[in-house]
Design a protein around this ligand. Structure first.
Ligand code: GUN
Ligand code: ZN
Length: 472
């Protein structure tokens, strides 16, 4: 099989980011008829096909996607794998949604067999959507963490996750204590952090679900393991702000609750931040605390409109990634996330172009997770996590992109019209793990490949053949 040869070359139109487009004006690189050369799970070269082809060993396998784009795999900066089954479930607000849908789903994952099946489905659905890495909540049960990391390892995916810490305001079966949460998290961290491509995130649910003692214990654990991430929620809804004021009357604001327990700084990643004040954003920027914009979730639950341009302002930029927040976010697709981010930006009086949208879903999220030196772009030496996108995946996309004048224009069309149908193939560490035309072997997580239908291609990208992808 092609995937097992040592040199794999993915040919198409690679594009990637070399800097942050919120800060720098032309940070995107692309090669129209180009290729990404992968060996032993890493990218060894990216360039023009005409130049690379003469350097390839005879044993190299070339998978050619004429007219398709090749991006770094998407990085979902915030999600909840145990909530997969309650996606698109109705509730009036965040507390109601947690009580009626999220917590029961997490309770079901208390059954290790259920958790294992959920973790397998979750990883497959990520790959079907072009997402190669996620920072995800598990549940408060240790088995739920084991299940997820085992499923990720089976697919060689880079995954960052952790046991949820919550010692109040939830059903008894989901609650731990500060001491137990610390002990179990420490054991899981030692078991999984740095094993394969897994990374551990210490995961206090959010301030209303954790006592000060539990937040302090999380801070102590993080000080002992500074290489781990710290992952939580902040300022998702206005009601939550009021609750935090009442529960932590001595703290100046929401961020101060986390600061007080040592939970901010490089490696701290907070979902939402919709209702942070300018003073809090300034402290995030200064301390290197990252936010993850989850527009699909904020629209679904009505939490509010994150001001992306305020957060990333050049005067004091906060690191921001893009997340789905499944299942409050009703999609795994970060292309849909880009569309929702663009609509939210509109309602905040801005436009979000495709270049910035793709940045957020790749290098932006990778930077938020402290992984920009390994994933999120097609830099030589990076891990070969790739997604192949078809700009003519649907009749509407085909009509639209056939008139596109530039790559940024194609990217904007994909950001507004794209979804799982747009994802033609997903590569993890240099191996193709999903292919649109394939049936997935969910037990092994390995795609069984078949021939592809010829693409209509994207005239804007001038494919040089009308067939593909083709193995050469
Ligand atoms: N805040 C605390 N827990 C959750 C959760 O599971 N989902 C969302 N969207 N917000 C939360
Ligand atoms: Zn969340």
């Amino acid at each position: 099989m092609a995937e097992h040869t040592s040199d794999l070359v993915v040919r198409g139109t690679p594009f990637w980011f070399t800097a942050d487009p919120f800060l720098v004006d032309t940070p995107m690189a692309s090669v129209e008829d180009g290729a990404v050369w992968c060996r032993a799970g890493h990218i060894v070269a990216v360039g023009a096909w005409a130049e690379l082809r003469d350097r390839l060993p005879d044993s190299a396998t070339v998978q050619h996607y004429p007219g398709r784009l090749i991006s770094a795999g998407f990085v979902d900066g915030h999600t909840h794998y145990p909530q997969f089954d309650v996606v698109a479930s109705l509730a009036d607000d965040l507390p109601g949604w947690l009580d009626r849908h999220a917590y029961p789903a997490e309770q079901r994952c208390g059954d290790p067999q259920y958790a294992r099946a959920a973790a397998e489905s979750f990883c497959d659905e990520l790959l079907r959507n072009g997402t190669t890495t996620a920072l995800t909540f598990c549940t408060s049960a240790q088995d739920s963490v084991d299940a997820l990391f085992a499923a990720a390892m089976k697919r060689n995916m880079r995954m960052v996750a952790g046991k949820v810490l919550m010692d109040r305001a939830g059903p008894a079966s989901l609650l731990d204590t500060a001491e137990r949460g610390y002990r179990e998290s420490a054991a899981l961290l030692r078991r999984w952090h740095g094993r394969g491509r897994n990374g551990y995130a210490i995961t206090p649910r959010f301030a209303p679900g954790c006592t000060a003692a539990q937040l302090d214990a999380a801070g102590a654990l993080w000080r002992e393991h500074p290489g781990a991430l710290l992952h939580s929620h902040i300022a998702e809804t206005e009601d939550e702000l009021a609750q935090v004021r009442e529960l932590f009357p001595d703290r100046a604001d929401y961020l101060d609750v986390y600061e007080h327990s040592g939970l901010t700084g490089p490696g701290a990643v907070f979902a939402h931040g919709v209702h942070l004040t300018e003073a809090e954003l300034l402290r995030c920027a200064r301390s290197g605390t990252a936010l993850v914009h989850c527009p699909s979730s904020n629209l679904f639950l009505g939490g509010g409109l994150f001001d992306l341009y305020q957060a990333t302002s050049r005067a004091r930029p906060v690191t921001v990634g893009l997340g789905t927040d499944v299942a409050a976010g009703p999609t795994f697709s970060l292309l849909r996330g880009m569309r929702d981010a663009s609509h939210v930006a509109r309602l905040r009086g801005h436009t979000l172009d495709g270049v910035r949208g793709f940045y957020l879903a790749t290098l932006g999220s990778a930077t938020a997770l402290g992984l920009a030196d390994r994933i999120g772009s097609l830099a030589v030496g990076n891990e070969a996590d790739l997604v192949v996108l078809d700009p003519a995946a649907t009749p509407m996309l085909s009509r639209r992109t056939s008139r596109a004048q530039s790559l940024p224009d194609v990217l904007f069309a994909l950001a507004v019209l794209g979804d799982d149908r747009t994802v033609e193939a997903t590569y993890v560490a240099g191996e193709r793990r999903y292919c649109r035309a394939d049936s997935m072997d969910t037990a092994g997580g390995v795609a069984v490949t078949h021939d592809h239908a010829p693409s209509r291609g994207c005239p804007g990208l001038r494919p040089d053949t009308g067939t593909g992808p083709v193995e050469q």
